[in-house]
Design a protein around this ligand. Structure first.
Ligand code: ZN
Length: 459
């Protein structure tokens, strides 16, 4: 196992961060173990917040007893090698390995790099200096190329079969992302975005162009703060004012308009996305794993709990005389109780699930009538779908030459899927609540968007 103390903290530069992790890239002297790699570290809340906020990210990773050498490898690694590799061709996954960390080293890195982080993030969290193991991954953005990181989000419209009367007409017309964007805009959290993921996933050139324009415009208008598009040039995160750094060497930036750069970027990205199978894979996985929608999953959860023998005996009086009696309480979706227990999945559970999902068993299920005995299957399927709804892709591009037809060569590593973290059952009740809020708020919107799912099956 590589050890981080073989490098100096000053060899590493801050790249970016998400809710749970923070990424640095290697710029030190030549070293075969670290050249072309990034270091992905877990974050921890700043001490003053630790007592009032629970770990926000509900990933399966729990705080470990951190002394001793037996801290497990970061679960991302095992999840990727044992699970994701069965669903996504290896050439579209980054190389990941465990690296040994050191507290003092991490503290020095934090001192050196903390000021480069966005202020809002710095107030909240920082590098978890107590970890003994981190993740070393392929540096997808740091070479002599341009990289676009896209968080595409939900690829499909739900099947109407499990939607309630109130949500059916809303959720089958406007996609989840566009509705969520409306809610966040109403709350003042984010700007309005024209980007619709169903355009990006459509496979249609005109629609993909529209999607990329939507991403670009939101990136520009937000000053580069939307998290659906990030652009890197030679490892540097670009701000919208720095688009001239996207041009190939030798081109005169002063005679190139931003419009020309936007067009060249769109054209290169669109041609690459059309050639790669990655978006098609993500779309198929999302929709075949989330077949019930959270509404159908919640219904199945309640039906299963109600059918449990202990539930029936506990609430016997209700079942004897159901008319006029208010129904007995049910446990929130994903929360185990005396009546219904569904523990958080660990890696062996995911492996079992994938064997089932990839077998003929899953194709024989009648999703219009999900059975309580298959509840566990549907729960894990939904969580896995959420992983693919939340992942990002990194697309490697040549530096731009506006007005010249780009030569697009799609090689392994041209498009890579990242941020494939396992999700946990304790997220489900929050997601159910959010889903209601999103659809409820959208139902009040008089100018509803129509999003077209190019791959929806006729009902
Ligand atoms: Zn949409």
């Amino acid at each position: 196992m590589a050890s981080i103390v073989d490098t100096d903290p000053s060899d590493w530069r801050y790249v970016s961060e998400g809710g749970a992790t923070i990424v640095f890239s290697y710029h030190g002297p030549p070293n075969p173990e670290f050249d072309g790699t990034v270091l992905r570290l877990r974050k921890a809340l700043v001490p003053s917040l630790k007592t009032v906020v629970k770990i926000k990210d509900g990933e399966v990773y729990k705080q470990q007893a951190l002394d001793g050498e037996d801290e497990p490898d970061d679960p991302t690694i095992e999840y990727q090698t044992k699970c994701m590799a069965k669903l996504i061709p290896p050439e579209h996954l980054p190389r990941l390995e465990t690296v040994k960390l050191d507290q003092e080293w991490l503290q020095r890195l934090a001192q050196l790099e903390n000021l480069k982080r966005p202020e809002a993030r710095r107030e909240k969290d920082g590098i978890d200096v107590n970890r003994r193991k981190g993740v070393l991954a392929t540096d997808l953005v740091g070479g002599n190329w341009l990289a676009a990181e896209i968080k595409p989000k939900w690829a499909f419209l739900p099947s109407p079969s499990h939607l309630s009367e109130e949500t059916n007409s809303i959720k089958s017309q406007t996609c989840r992302f566009c509705m969520h964007n409306h809610l966040r805009k109403s709350n003042g959290d984010i700007i309005e975005m024209n980007y619709c993921p169903l355009d990006l996933f459509s496979g249609d050139e005109t629609r993909i162009t529209k999607a990329i324009h939507g991403l670009w415009d939101a990136w520009t208008e937000s000053g580069g703060t939307v998290n659906n598009l990030k652009v890197f040039a030679k490892g540097k995160t670009l701000r919208p004012a720095e688009t001239s750094l996207m041009l190939a060497d030798g081109l005169d930036a002063s005679s190139t308009t931003t419009e020309q750069i936007r067009d060249a970027f769109t054209s290169a990205l669109r041609r690459t996305l059309i050639k790669t199978p990655v978006l098609g894979i993500l779309s198929r996985l999302q929709r075949t794993l989330d077949v019930l929608d959270i509404e159908g999953l919640s219904k199945l959860w309640r039906t299963t709990e109600r059918a449990a023998p202990l539930y029936r005996t506990t609430f016997e009086s209700f079942f004897a005389q159901p008319d006029g009696t208010s129904p007995p309480p049910t446990t929130p979706l994903g929360v185990s109780s005396l009546f219904l227990s569904s523990p958080e999945p660990a890696i062996p559970d995911w492996v079992d699930f994938l064997n089932t999902y990839l077998s003929s068993f899953s194709s024989q299920l009648d999703h219009s009538k999900p059975e309580p005995k298959n509840l566990r299957y549907y729960l894990l399927a939904y969580l896995l779908s959420a992983t693919f709804k939340d992942c990002s892709i990194i697309v490697r591009l040549d530096f731009l030459r506006p007005c010249i037809e780009p030569k697009i060569e799609v090689k392994p590593n041209t498009v890579t899927v990242i941020d494939l973290d396992p999700k946990s059952l304790d997220k489900l009740r929050g997601w159910e609540k959010l889903d209601k809020e999103i659809a409820g708020t959208y139902s009040l919107n008089t100018a509803r968007k129509t999003c077209i799912d190019a791959f929806s099956s006729p009902t």
